[in-house]
Design a protein around this ligand. Structure first.
Ligand SMILES: [Ca+2]
Ligand SMILES: [Ca+2]
Length: 283
């Protein structure tokens, strides 16, 4: 990536009075940023503890808030934000998980560059606002200046350019954000059931999400677990009371054999919520 100072934009980091910054972020269940990263894993680099993304649908303004400690506090303390704007790791920089745009922020200035197929080059930045430093760095850009994307992958990195120490968020791969979803675009959820063959009359039946399928992020193939989940179970349209984790355990009535049992499983992950229906026949 270029670190050419001629590409540096005007600084210092302005406290941008951007309307999109007024949006209230959705907190993760643990109260931290919706896109989390571990703390204490940064050596001498700034320590990212997560990223919050907000998009104003009418205007298309997108706000990234990278939070943590000691971020962009000096000329050698740099925070990077890579955006794979077409959510396609096969396009963009092969060295950076298919990123098409990058922001590079130190304590007084920033770069904003586009990958042109072989190099990182300057790109229009009329909608860009960068602010913060220390506990957070906030970067705002309109989707019109990152390829008019409805959905993208992204990851953040802090670097100590003296010691070469880094902290990546996430540790492997990238996060995904779809403007319509307000979080990652959850394609589907993989479930396991107990019993594995499905509900049986007079027996307990448990549905457990075992992983979420997200768009390809160019990284890990391990399916992430939802942050939270809940079930709504009905037997031929009549609600069954659920218990256990997420209310996903039900007692199947003895007279239910041959009837249709429906489970709507609602999952939350990194700020997005989506429901998936599953249908079973009681044996
Ligand atoms: Ca970290
Ligand atoms: Ca790409």
């Amino acid at each position: 990536m270029s670190t050419t100072t001629s590409l540096k934009r005007a600084g210092p980091l302005l406290a941008a009075a951007c309307a999109a910054l007024m949006l209230i972020p959705a907190a993760s269940p643990a109260g931290g940023p919706p896109y989390p990263d571990a703390t204490g894993d940064s050596s001498s680099a700034g320590d990212i503890n997560g990223v919050t993304v907000l998009a104003d649908k009418p205007s298309g303004q997108i706000v990234f808030r990278i939070s943590g400690a000691n971020l962009s506090t000096s000329p050698t303390s740099v925070t990077l934000l890579f955006v794979d704007a077409d959510a396609n790791p096969a396009t963009g920089s092969p060295s950076w998980l298919g990123a098409d745009y990058v922001f590079e922020v130190d304590d007084t200035s920033y770069d904003f560059e586009h990958y042109d197929g072989s190099n990182w080059v300057g790109t229009p930045y009329s909608t860009v606002h960068v602010s913060g430093g220390g506990a957070s760095v906030t970067i705002s850009v309109n989707r019109s200046e990152i390829g008019n994307t409805p959905e993208f992958n992204f990851f953040a990195r802090s670097v100590n350019t003296d010691t070469k120490a880094i902290d990546d968020a996430p540790d492997v791969g990238a996060y995904n954000y779809a403007i319509a979803a307000g979080g990652p675009d959850i394609d589907s959820v993989v479930v396991t059931t107990t019993p594995s063959f499905g509900p049986k009359a007079g027996k307990r039946f448990v549905v457990t999400p075992s992983g979420l399928k997200l768009p390809s992020e160019g990284g890990t193939i391990v399916l992430p677990q939802p942050d939270t989940y809940s079930c709504k179970t009905t037997l031929r349209g009549k609600r069954l009371r659920g218990g256990g984790a997420g209310g996903c355990t039900v007692n199947v009535p003895k007279n239910a054999r041959g009837k249709k049992l429906s489970v709507v499983l609602t999952v939350t992950y990194e700020g997005a919520t989506r429901s998936f229906p599953f249908a079973f026949t009681v044996s």
